[in-house]
Design a protein around this ligand. Structure first.
Ligand code: AMP
Length: 219
């Protein structure tokens, strides 16, 4: 299956994306994670992206589209896109790549969450510097304070999770998300999930929303 996740920052998309990719054996392509990894390794792409990321602004479409096109080339058995597309230009570019491969999207999972909840969640979010998994000091704390349960990496607060930047990112999301949702709804691809519930419940709803697309793996 080929799935796009849409939802505001703070909706828990990242966490759910990992779980869904494991559950359905999909390649996870999370553009924010890829950019952060480039920043960490101080690549040319990382240096280009960082100036936008630190301000909570979008990286230019052509840069992101090129990066995702490369990542898709390695995703032969289905994928889950988290954080892309974020603009209509990106959505159209994605369609073009997938049409050329004759592999259209199967579904777009939309995570619904009110802004106040998103702001509250992001204020408490801590992200592993090494594997990018995220936690919340209030709702989903790590077993050991400041340490990733999975890889033992150090948990930090992302620069773009600071209050003013969170509001900018949410504003940007609201500006573009409706257009994107309508773009995909017109093709009957949208499936909604209430992201205000607990992580376990959101996961259950997300799995249920995609279950009919699951194909048995071939031995
Ligand atoms: P995220 O982890 O998805 O919140 O992404 C973190 C930051 O990476 C965003 O605030 C943008 O600066 C950048 N970014 C990630 N995905 C995209 C995208 N599809 N288009 C433009 N910028 C992006």
């Amino acid at each position: 299956m080929r799935v796009v996740l849409l939802g505001p920052p703070g909706a828990g998309k990242g966490t759910q994306a990992h779980r869904l990719a494991d559950r359905f054996h999909l390649t996870l392509i999370a553009t924010g994670d890829i950019f952060r990894s480039h920043v960490q390794h101080d690549t040319e792409l990382g240096r280009e992206a960082q100036k936008y990321m630190d301000e909570g602004e979008l990286v230019p479409d052509d840069v992101v589209v090129r990066m995702v096109t490369d990542a898709l080339a390695d995703a032969k058995d289905g994928f889950l896109l988290d954080g892309f597309p974020r603009t209509l230009v990106q959505a159209e570019a994605l369609d073009k790549v997938l049409n050329d491969r004759n592999e259209p999207l199967s579904a777009v999972l939309v995570f619904d969450l009110p802004d106040e909840t998103a702001v509250k969640r992001l204020a408490g979010r801590r992200t592993c510097r090494r594997c990018q998994r995220s936690y919340n000091v209030e709702y989903n704390p790590p077993r050991l304070d400041g340490i990733c349960d999975v890889c033992g990496g150090i948990l930090i607060q992302r620069v773009d999770d600071e209050d003013e930047k969170v509001r900018r990112r949410l504003g940007l999301f609201r500006e573009t998300s409706q257009g994107l949702t309508e773009y995909y709804a017109a093709r009957g691809l949208v499936r909604q999930v209430d992201a205000g519930a607990s992580q376990a419940d959101v996961n259950e709803a997300a799995v249920a929303a995609l279950a009919d697309l699951d194909e048995p793996t071939q031995e």
